[in-house]
Design a binder for this molecule. Structure first.
Ligand SMILES: Nc1ncnc2c1ncn2[C@@H]1O[C@H](COP(=O)(O)O)[C@@H](O)[C@H]1O
Ligand SMILES: O=P(O)(O)OC[C@H]1O[C@H](OP(=O)(O)OP(=O)(O)O)[C@H](O)[C@@H]1O
Length: 338
C-alpha cells in the first residue's frame, strides 16, 4: 500500500515539504501500528497519513503476561509503533518492547518507536545516592529490543535524547497550544514558568507568543510529589498569566503556582501543558476555580472522571503524522517548528 497524507492539514505551520507525487517504494512501505495506550491518537495519526493502522493482536494471558502478533507481513517495511508510556506505565512500556521485538523478528527494515509521552523521564539523573536512572534504563530497553529510531514529544528533560545511540526526533506540542492561544487574542500576557527547571521551555513559548514577558516561580520539593512554591520572580500584577509546563501530574506544581499568581495580583491564570498525566488529586486541584482554562494535549488519553469544565484538550495527531511523514521521506523535521 502506498501511503499518502490525508486532507487534514496542520493549522499551526504551513507544510513546507510536499509528499512525493509517486508515493513510496513498495519495498520500504510505511506501516503504522498502535499499542493499547492511546488508540484514538494513533487512529487520528493514521487518518492524517491517509492510511489504516496495521492489524495486530494484543492480548493478556491468564497469568497476566502480554501477547502481541503482527497480522500482516512487514518484511522490509518502515514500521512506526505508537505508544505513549503513560499509566499503567510498566504495562505500556512492556507492550512497546514486545511490539518492537515482534517487528524485528518479522524482518522490518526500520522500526521507529513513536512515544508521545516518555514515562520515567523524571528519573533522568541521580538526585540521591543509590537511585536508578530509570530514563536511561528505559532507553537501553527500547534500543536493545531493536528500535532503529525514536520520535518523542516534550521530554521532561531534553538530554534524554542522548541516552539513545540511535536517531532521535524530539518534537514539541507548543505549536498546537500557541495556535489555540493566538485565537483567544489575550492581552497583557505574562508567560510563567512554574519552576526553575521549566524556564527554557517557558522562554521559548513566550518568544513565540509575541515576545511576551517571562516570570518564574521558585518551587521547591521537600518530598516526592509535594510541591511548595516560594515566590514569583517577575511582574504579574494585573496581567493574564500563562503557566507553561511539560506535564501536569498530581497538579501540585501548577495549582500552587496559580494560587501564588492570584495572590500576586494576576487577573487571569491559564495553565498549558503537553502531557495530562493527571494522577489523583489532579482533577480536584485543577477544577477548583483557580484557572480560566487548563489547556493540555492528547499525548495521554484522559479518563472521563478526570475531565472538568475548564479543561481544553488539543490534538497533536497532525503534528505527529506530519513528523512521521517527514522522517519517512528523509526531509527536515526541525523546519516544522520554526
Ligand atoms: N514519576 C515520578 N513522579 C514524581 N517524582 C519523580 C518521578 N520520577 C522521579 N521523580 C523524582 O523527581 C525528582 C526529579 O526532579 P527534577 O527536578 O525533575 O530533576 C527526583 O527527586 C526524582 O526522584
Ligand atoms: O503536577 P505535579 O505532580 O506537581 O508534577 C508535575 C511537575 O513535576 C515536574 O517537574 P519537577 O518537579 O520534576 O521539576 P523540574 O521541572 O524542575 O525538573 C514537571 O515538569 C512539572 O513541573
Amino acid at each position: 500500500m502506498n501511503a499518502h497524507r490525508g486532507s487534514a492539514v496542520l493549522s499551526s505551520t504551513s507544510l513546507k515539504v510536499q509528499p512525493a507525487a509517486t508515493g513510496i517504494s513498495e519495498n520500504h512501505r510505511l506501516r503504522l501500528f498502535s499499542g493499547s495506550a492511546n488508540v484514538p491518537l494513533s487512529q487520528e495519526v493514521a487518518r492524517y497519513l491517509g492510511m489504516d493502522l496495521g492489524p495486530m493482536i494484543r492480548k493478556r494471558f491468564a497469568d497476566g503476561e502480554l501477547y502481541v502478533q503482527i497480522q500482516e507481513s512487514i518484511r522490509g517495511c518502515d514500521v512506526y509503533l505508537i505508544q505513549p508510556s503513560c499509566q499503567p506505565v510498566n504495562d505500556h512500556l512492556m507492550e512497546l518492547l514486545i511490539m518492537v521485538d515482534a517487528c524485528r523478528r518479522a524482518s522490518a527494515r526500520q522500526i521507529t518507536t513513536v512515544i508521545p509521552y516518555y514515562g520515567y523521564a523524571r528519573a533522568d539523573r541521580k538526585t540521591a545516592g543509590r537511585e536508578s536512572i530509570t530514563a536511561k534504563l528505559v532507553a537501553n530497553l527500547i534500543t536493545k529490543a531493536g528500535a532503529s529510531r525514536v520520535l518523542a514529544m516534550d521530554l521532561h528533560s531534553a538530554q534524554i535524547q542522548g541516552y539513545f545511540d540511535i536517531p532521535f526526533d524530539h518534537v514539541y506540542g507548543s505549536p498546537v497550544i500557541l495556535d489555540y492561544l493566538a485565537n483567544k487574542q489575550l492581552s497583557d500576557v505574562v508567560v510563567v514558568s512554574p519552576d526553575v527547571g521549566g524556564v527554557a521551555r517557558a522562554r521559548a513559548f513566550a518568544k513565540k507568543l509575541n515576545d511576551a514577558p517571562l516570570a518564574i516561580i521558585d518551587k521547591r520539593r521537600q518530598a516526592h510529589n509535594v510541591a511548595e512554591v516560594m515566590n514569583v520572580i517577575g511582574d504579574v500584577k494585573g496581567k493574564t498569566a500563562i503557566l507553561v509546563d511539560d506535564m501536569i501530574d498530581t497538579g501540585g506544581t501548577i495549582s500552587e503556582g496559580a494560587r501564588l499568581l492570584r495572590q500576586e495580583g494576576a487577573n487571569q491564570v491559564y495553565a498549558c501543558a503537553t502531557h495530562a498525566v493527571f494522577s489523583p488529586p489532579a482533577r480536584d486541584r485543577l477544577s477548583g476555580g483557580l484557572f480560566e482554562e487548563v489547556i493540555v494535549t492528547n499525548t495521554i488519553p484522559i479518563a472521563e472522571e478526570n475531565r472538568f469544565a475548564e479543561l481544553v484538550v488539543l490534538s497533536v495527531a497532525n503534528l505527529l503524522g506530519e513528523t512521521i511523514w517527514r522522517i519517512h521521506e528523509d526531509t527536515s523535521v526541525s523546519t516544522l517548528f520554526r
